[in-house]
Each structure stands twice: as structure tokens, then as C-alpha cells.
Ligand binder design. Structure first.
Ligand SMILES: Nc1ncnc2c1ncn2[C@@H]1O[C@H](COP(=O)(O)OP(=O)(O)OP(=O)(O)O)[C@@H](O)[C@H]1O
Ligand SMILES: O=C(CO)[C@H](O)[C@H](O)COP(=O)(O)O
Length: 320
């Protein structure tokens, strides 16, 4: 019997940090166990056509959502796909690629949760939602450095895309199990990305680790702690909120790490001490930064992937 694959969705607007988050999770799970699919490859039109037709890459009609759906379903069942390739250097399509899914499949892109049938294919759904000003900064720096655009071209494109971001991209937040927002500390005007905080909205749609163990029950809740857990509402629904500051100490980070590892022992080998790649991000000027908030976000998502995998193995072997 072909073992079904575990599928992680990472959805968010352009330059919201999807590739950065994905890279670390793939490293933690072991690159040899992971297939990464970017749904930019399913654009219906090339760059020139989009410009002629006056349609943005964010519009559902500009993407083969039906084929994404079919491919997700095939990948989940362990079947191969012939995936198109969109080339960001040329703005055109390359010959398609034959892909056989490995144990874990990470699907990152703009419209991954747009259709119900696609949403039903994921084991874990993450939505990336940095504040818009931070995302615009990331997009301008990334597109000018890596995709050959000028500052003015990126700003014009961002403004032109805004109505589609609002209408088609941002509403997908509601379908996610975890919303990840990296953001500058409130008291910091600069964009020192080494110290970005993370705000994790944890919806009760999947079972999260018992994070209350992070805190000493005998002491009062410390609102100034660098790791905080609370209750909140997101898009009108009750959620848990885990906040991790960029200046969290290694002691606090290890405590959280220990909780994740105690539930999923196979995470032990992925701890920050032994895994130098986790939490790494290429800064906007090309420098490499290591971020505890990013590392812990990657560990938490990996935790959910491994949990989903162990549940399916149990079901597959007839266990409860
Ligand atoms: N957690 C983070 N901390 C600091 N900088 C980040 C973080 N995530 C992303 N960035 C910055 O934003 C840029 C864009 O990120 P990334 O390429 O991961 O976005 P993306 O969502 O995959 O974009 P696209 O969908 O357009 O390909 C990165 O090159 C990096 O400079
Ligand atoms: O929103 C995007 C996600 O990466 C890109 O802008 C879209 O894929 C089109 O790519 P390009 O600008 O290279 O033609």
C-alpha cells in the first residue's frame, strides 16, 4: 500500500516570507524527506501576457487552481505529477518537471487555500501575515536584488496589486491553523531584522502542544516576559496567541524547545544546538541572520508535521 504523504501549506502574499519559513522546515525534516512545490509555477499567463491583459498574478483567474487541486490530491496519495515551471528570471515557462512526492510535501504560494477542495488536502495550514509596511520593504529589496526590477517598478506593482491582495489573498487567513506574523518590536523604529518578534495565532483546528507548561504555575503572569501566551480573537474566532520576542534568552527558547521535543521525540535531533541551519534568514542586503523567533516557529510547524505523520502511521498499522 502506498503510504499517504503529509502536506503542509504555507500561504501568504508575495514576499511575506514563505520561502524563508519553508527552507528551515525542510532542513529540519531532512531535505531528502521533503518535496517543495511553489504554486507560482501554476500561473496561467506569462509576464508579458499578464501585462497585456491587465491581470495580476494574485487573481484566481491568472492561475490554474483546478490543476493545483488535482496535483495536491495526487501528491497526497503518493502519486507523481508533471509540474509546470514558471521562471522568475525570464518571466516565462520552462519545460515541466516530473515529481514523485517524498514523505513530506510543502506547498507554498499565493492562493493555496482559495478553493475548498485544495484546502481539504492539507494536514497543516500556515498563513504568513507580516505587517504590510514590512512586507513591502521585503518585496522591494528582494525583487530589486533577485528579480531584476527597479524600486519604482516594485512600488507601482505593489499598488496595482493591492485590490487583489485585499480581495483574494488576505481572506485566506481564516482557513489557516497557524497565522505567523513577524514584526518589529513596538518600541523600535528601525528595521533591525535580527530582532524581529513573532506573533503566532494558534487556532483550535489542530491540537497544539500544551504551552502552559512554559510558565511557572506558582508565579503571576509576567506581561514583560519575552515569551507570552494568551487568549485572543482572530477574524472573530477565539484563538491562542503565542508571542516570542527577538530578544528572548536562550534559556527561554530551550524551555519551549523541550516541551515540543517531549511530545515528539524525533524532534530531539532538530534542536537549535545541533541544527545550525534552523532560524536562518537572508537579510535584505544578502547577509545571513539567525533568529530565535523564526527557529521556534519552524520547530512548532515541524512538530505538527511529525505529529500528523505519526497519527497516520498508527492508523496505517491499525493502531488507535
Ligand atoms: N522571518 C524573517 N525575518 C527577516 N527577514 C525576512 C523573514 N522572512 C522573509 N524575510 C525577508 O523577506 C524577503 C522575502 O522573503 P521570501 O522570499 O521568503 O518571501 P516569499 O513569500 O517566498 O515571496 P514570493 O512568494 O514572492 O516568492 C527575504 O529575502 C528576506 O529578506
Ligand atoms: O507574486 C509573485 C509571487 O512570487 C510574483 O510576482 C509572481 O509569481 C510573478 O512573478 P514575476 O514578478 O517574477 O513575473
Amino acid at each position: 500500500m502506498v503510504q499517504r504523504r503529509i502536506i503542509l501549506g504555507i500561504v501568504g502574499d508575495s514576499a511575506a516570507g514563505k520561502t524563508t519559513l519553508t527552507r528551515g522546515i525542510a532542513q529540519v525534516l531532512g531535505e531528502e524527506n521533503v518535496t517543495v512545490i511553489c504554486t507560482d509555477d501554476y500561473h496561467r499567463y506569462n509576464r508579458q501576457q499578464r501585462s497585456e491583459f491587465g491581470i495580476t498574478a494574485l487573481h484566481p483567474d491568472c492561475n490554474y487552481l483546478d490543476i493545483i487541486q488535482q496535483h495536491l490530491s495526487l501528491l497526497r496519495g503518493g502519486q507523481p505529477i508533471l509540474k509546470p515551471i514558471y521562471n522568475h528570471d525570464t518571466g516565462n515557462f520552462d519545460p515541466p518537471e516530473y515529481i514523485e512526492p517524498r514523505q513530506f510535501v510543502i506547498v507554498e504560494g499565493l492562493l493555496g487555500y482559495y478553493t475548498r477542495a485544495a484546502r481539504d488536502c492539507y494536514d497543516v495550514k500556515v498563513y504568513l501575515a507580516p505587517p504590510e509596511d514590512l512586507r513591502r520593504t521585503w518585496k522591494i529589496k528582494r525583487d530589486t536584488r533577485k528579480r531584476g526590477y527597479s524600486d519604482e517598478q516594485v512600488i507601482t506593482a505593489l499598488d496595482k496589486r493591492e485590490p487583489d491582495s485585499e480581495k483574494f489573498i488576505r481572506p485566506q487567513r481564516q482557513w489557516s491553523d497557524v497565522v505567523v506574523s513577524f514584526c518589529s518590536p513596538e518600541d523600535s523604529a528601525d528595521e533591525n531584522q535580527e530582532h524581529l518578534n513573532v506573533r503566532l495565532v494558534l487556532r483550535p483546528t489542530i491540537p497544539h502542544p500544551d504551552l502552559v507548561r512554559l510558565f511557572d504555575p506558582s508565579s503571576a503572569v509576567d506581561p514583560y516576559s519575552a515569551i507570552r501566551l494568551g487568549l485572543d480573537r482572530d477574524m472573530g474566532k477565539p484563538v491562542d496567541l503565542l508571542e516570542i520576542d527577538g530578544h528572548a534568552t536562550s534559556e527561554q527558547v530551550r524551555k519551549l524547545e523541550k516541551i515540543l521535543c517531549s511530545d515528539v521525540p524525533s524532534l530531539e535531533s532538530c534542536r537549535l544546538d545541533s541544527n545550525v541551519e534552523i532560524g536562518k534568514v537572508t537579510g535584505t542586503t544578502g547577509e545571513t541572520i539567525q533568529s530565535y523567533p523564526l527557529a521556534l516557529t519552524q520547530l512548532l510547524i515541524t512538530y505538527h508535521m511529525l505529529k500528523a505523520s505519526s497519527v497516520h502511521q498508527k492508523i496505517g498499522s491499525g493502531g488507535g
